[in-house]
Design a protein around this ligand. Structure first.
Ligand SMILES: [Mn+2]
Length: 314
């Protein structure tokens, strides 16, 4: 087998240079600079968002296409979508090891990580994907990609034991509980405070978008986030202000663009960033405090208050 080559870069021009040398770019989207695409066009961000996820196309349409020349250029976090695409293109496991259920679950979770419960009893391959997502040592660099690829190969080759499945489930349930415990404030459509319920029944309510949003007065939630919990928090409010105490950073998010635009007008959060201060920024649905700035919980409270005023017309 040819040796796998993974080139990690945060630089658009570097990705272009590697692509021109014959590396296949996997999810090489560089924000405003756009996407770097190879012959297989394996990205689905920004201007390429009309395309399906990369793993689903790699597994279904291009299995083993880079077996003889497994050179890849990557950026960002080694998520399941990018990693499974590399495994498929390089043919690192037997083709039968990857079911359509698995790559379809990866694709769906990649595009809509909220409102999609991997632990639901009727969700095929949900625990397997959760296990991959729970691996702690996968950072945005070459070593992280290599570790993530090794985890994926292990998962596809050996599956999970019953104790592993139980541990995956317990770990995610603990994360959800922690996410609930971090909730600090909730305001309604008129800017009035609502009681914050942190009982587990919240976990069963729908994400507040579309029809569910019409039926709920909840608008802004403030949380002290010690874990990633947007899949939980968006069930309590469609605008979430999360203070990450470890990173001293404030993140503001909405579940999707239609919801963000309904609540905040055209461009969603894009119209809010300038009002939050110099250096605040992000996309229509998610962003936050300036890189490098150290914020406090009081700053997060002020941010939540500003958003409450915005949605209540105050
Ligand atoms: Mn993806």
């Amino acid at each position: 087998m040819q040796e796998l080559v993974i080139a990690f870069t945060n630089d658009h021009d570097d990705a272009v240079r590697l692509r021109d040398m014959g590396y296949e770019p996997i999810e090489c989207a560089f924000g405003q600079y756009g996407s770097v695409l190879g012959p297989l066009a394996l990205d689905h961000h920004g201007t390429e968002s009309h395309r399906e996820g990369v793993a689903i196309r790699a597994c279904r349409d291009h299995w083993g296409a880079r077996r003889k020349d497994p050179r890849f250029v990557v950026t960002g976090t080694p998520d399941a979508d990018a990693v499974l695409a590399i495994v498929a293109l390089a043919g690192l496991v037997a083709r039968e090891a990857v079911s359509a259920n698995f790559y379809e679950t990866v694709a769906r979770q990649d595009v809509d990580p909220i409102g999609f419960d991997l632990l639901a009893p009727d969700q095929p391959c949900g625990l397997e994907l959760s296990w991959f997502n729970q691996q702690p040592d996968v950072r945005p660099n070459e070593a992280g990609f290599r570790r993530a690829i090794a985890h994926m190969v292990h998962l596809l080759t050996h599956g999970l034991t019953d104790p592993e499945r139980a541990a995956v489930r317990a770990s995610d349930l603990a994360r959800r509980k922690k996410a609930l415990q971090g909730t600090l404030g909730l305001w309604d459509t008129h800017g009035r405070p609502l009681p914050v319920l942190s009982d587990p029944s919240q976990l069963d309510s729908p994400v507040l978008r579309g029809e569910a949003l019409n039926a709920s007065p909840n608008r802004v939630l403030l949380v002290n986030g010690t874990v990633w919990g947007f899949d939980i928090w968006y069930r309590m409010a469609p605008i979430v202000v999360s203070f990450a105490s470890r990173l001293e950073r404030v993140t503001v998010g909405c579940p999707d663009i239609p919801t963000a635009e309904r609540l905040l007008g055209e461009g969603g959060l894009l119209s809010v960033w300038p009002a939050l201060g110099t250096g605040w920024g992000g996309r229509e649905t998610v962003g936050g405090s300036p890189r490098g700035a150290r914020l406090t919980l009081e700053d997060a409270r002020a941010t939540a208050k500003r958003l409450v005023e915005t949605v209540s017309g105050g």
